[in-house]
Design a protein around this ligand. Structure first.
Ligand code: MD3
Ligand code: FE
Length: 208
């Protein structure tokens, strides 16, 4: 479903077996050289979400190869390919977006039951290519706004485990956030002990 021009929601894109596999991979990254941590913003605020990265390391508000942490692991080829298939699904197999899509960074966010993400725009990339979002674990309320202001008008959409969302075109720079996690909504077979994982695949537009 296209909830706004360029913002395409594909509920249940990943089946349970694919979700379980991705949860296992995420667990490896979450305990790797750049473990999940609460990112501290330059203004001193600590994000309630815990994050890690592959490829480029997101150090607010920029991408680095090596930041305060060890160098992030490389973005695996199979994950970049999954991103390309996601854009093909949302924008069409023969679209220019899908043809040129080669994400070079992945951001992994973990939300416990009380974590939130305030309304913001993603403007740290030097590329206007779409952003791919994959959700795992507990469902959340995802708030999709407009490009002008973090305030209304916005739409609230429930994102569940296995859902794909692609944000391109005019929606690429829309304000968005996660006001609420819905605890206890994940399938037990997923093997998560609560909380929500969100994996976003991006093109930084930076030279390797
Ligand atoms: C809309 N993550 O990592 S994913 C983020 O669920 C982020 O963890 C949220 O916002 C999360 O920056 C939302 C969906 C998402 C990701 C990027 C977008 C929506 C977007 C970029 C532009 C517009
Ligand atoms: Fe974002």
């Amino acid at each position: 479903a296209e909830i706004a021009p360029g913002a395409v929601h594909v509920p249940g894109w990943l089946d349970l077996a694919q979700q379980r596999e991705l949860v296992l991979r995420c667990r490896e990254w979450a305990t790797g050289p750049v473990p999940l941590r609460h990112v501290v913003l330059p203004g001193g605020g600590r994000m309630s979400v815990r994050s890690t990265t592959l490829g480029w390391d997101w150090a607010p508000y920029r991408y680095l190869r090596t930041g305060e942490h060890k160098r992030a692991p490389d973005m695996p080829g199979w994950l970049a390919e999954l991103g390309r298939r996601a854009v093909a699904e949302a924008c069409g197999e023969d679209s220019a977006e899908a043809r040129d899509y080669l994400p070079d960074t992945a951001l992994l966010n973990f939300y416990d039951a009380s974590a939130r993400m305030g309304m913001h725009q993603d403007r740290d990339e030097f590329s206007a290519a779409p952003i791919v979002s994959l959700s795992l674990g507990d469902a959340c309320v995802f708030r999709f706004g407009n490009t002008q202001t973090r305030a209304a008008p916005y739409q609230d959409v429930e994102l569940r485990s296995g859902d794909l969302f692609v944000f391109g075109g005019p929606s690429r720079y829309a304000f968005h956030g996660v006001p609420r996690i819905l605890p206890g909504t994940a399938a037990p077979e997923l093997g998560m002990k609560g909380g929500r994982l969100n994996l976003t695949l991006r093109m930084t537009g930076r030279a390797a």
